[in-house]
Design a binder for this molecule. Structure first.
Ligand code: ZN
Ligand code: ZN
Length: 259
């Protein structure tokens, strides 16, 4: 599997000289294997996607908070004549199409999904799926309004995408099982420990909890994602320098990892 981190910022896109190294684009990860281009979330990072027009395209949404879908309406995926399969979970009685249409319709957006040239197919995310040879499973995160944590496996390699998740005692045990022996975990570490004390209930986690998960799951590697928009390159680099575990690092926009 080839994993490309197209956007690793959380909550809202950022830019400027203090956000060059880690990037300002929001949640989007491209996984490529066996002729498939699977996008995990459609944040503003989706605009940085390489050309995947020769592959079958899918988008798996963890949830539809704006930072996870703001890239979709201007993505080349929707602006070209191709089939795109979109997966998400029904929330508050709205299926994934209806959730996306809340943004992609007047007065918030000029064009509805039916206006785009691509051929969109919407699907309810199932707990276990197979997307063109990639095995996909999911579990519920602890996040306001709900969010999914995905595990993708192909040819014995595994990726766990655990963004927008707030640690809790019972969920961390479940997540450790779900992420067992994963080759790579992408983990939400939006807050410092001090920030977390003020932001409990917002649905995000910390580096310390990610490191605990790394050990309890026996995963091989963890990269922290969903960086807070106020965290500068300097802050993130300082936090990274403090990591004692060589299996852990902070994700940078544009990173490519081959599993
Ligand atoms: Zn988010
Ligand atoms: Zn969220």
């Amino acid at each position: 599997m080839k994993v490309t981190l197209l956007g690793v910022r959380g909550s809202i896109p950022t830019d400027g000289k203090d956000h060059l190294e880690f990037g300002g684009a929001t949640s989007c990860v491209l996984v490529q294997a066996c002729g498939q281009a699977v996008y995990l979330d459609g944040g503003s990072g989706m605009l940085h996607s390489p050309d995947t027009s020769e592959e079958s395209a899918s988008v798996l949404f963890t949830h539809t908070h704006v930072d996870h879908m703001i890239g979709l309406p201007i993505s080349p995926l929707l602006l070209s004549k191709r089939r795109v399969d979109i997966y998400g979970k029904t929330r508050d009685g709205l299926d994934i199409r209806q959730q996306l249409e809340r943004l992609m319709s007047l007065p918030l957006w000029p064009a509805g999904v039916e206006v785009y040239p691509s051929e969109l197919h919407f699907h309810e995310t199932e707990q276990f799926m197979n997307i063109g040879g990639i095995s996909v499973s999911c579990m519920e995160a602890n996040h306001p309004g709900g969010s999914l944590i995905y595990r993708l496996e192909h040819e014995g390699k595994s990726l766990v995408y655990a963004t927008d998740h707030e640690h809790s005692t019972e969920k961390q045990a479940e997540l450790a099982d779900f992420a067992e022996a994963a080759d790579l975990i992408l983990y939400d570490a939006q807050y410092t420990d001090e920030e977390y004390e003020k932001m409990k209930g917002f649905g995000h986690s910390t580096v310390a909890e990610g490191l605990k998960l790394l050990n309890s799951s026996k995963a091989k590697r963890i990269l922290f994602v969903h960086h807070d928009p106020r965290h500068t390159d300097d802050m993130l680099k300082k936090s990274e320098e403090g990591l004692k575990d060589t299996r852990a690092a902070f994700a940078r926009q544009g990173m490519v990892i081959r599993l």
